[in-house]
Design a protein. Sequence first.
Length: 254
Amino acid sequence: MKCSYISTRPKGNKLVPGWVGKIISWRDDLLHLVFPETCLACDRELVAGSLHLCPFCEADLKYTYFEKFAEPSSLDKLFWGRVQLHSTCALLEFEKASGTQGILHAIKYKGKKALAVEMGSRFGQRLLVNPEKYGSIDALIPVPLHPKKRFARGYNQSELIAEGIFKSTSVPVITDLLTKGVHTESQTRKGRFRRWDNVSDVFHANAVKYKVLKHIALIDDVVTTGATLESCIRTISVALPDTRITVLSLAVTK
């Protein structure tokens, strides 16, 4: 009996017989029935063709498109007169009761580490469209957590976002250039000046072996007043005065 062949499930350079493809398809359907893939953000079951996020979460995301801006963005302007930056970019706009808030909350407080990596990967793909601004970045520097907070949470969400950006851009992640030496209170309910007072002089730069870096990107999860990033930037600028600094944040408040 002559076998038919299909080209949708290649094995190396060979085509797989049609009946084998059907068995594989049945197996995949059975696995999905027993172990359904779920949305990384809300845990709804994913429909066929969805990748990582369900249609509801996807539709509720508001992208900034800052990577395509020719004029200064709101994130650029936030740091004007405060610190010197090469460039900035944020992937998403943050609003209360939005899909972006849900994703950030899931990443930060619900242990959704895979979601942080996925969103970082999306971010990295968008950065590739503007090599003039972001193509010369030598290293990704996640905003650090104090060891006590990292231990309590189990991870640093900024490192996971950086890992995702690395997957799309191949720019390496360095986690020991910047450290946080003072355990500070949460920034969530603080105003701008209290936020700055809360994080001033708490970061330290271990810059001796990184003086060769010409352009680095600080990675954060969300920018509100910019106080934490400003403190990081000032610390790095003193230790590495010839290094250009870019800010990359998963989200920025409107």
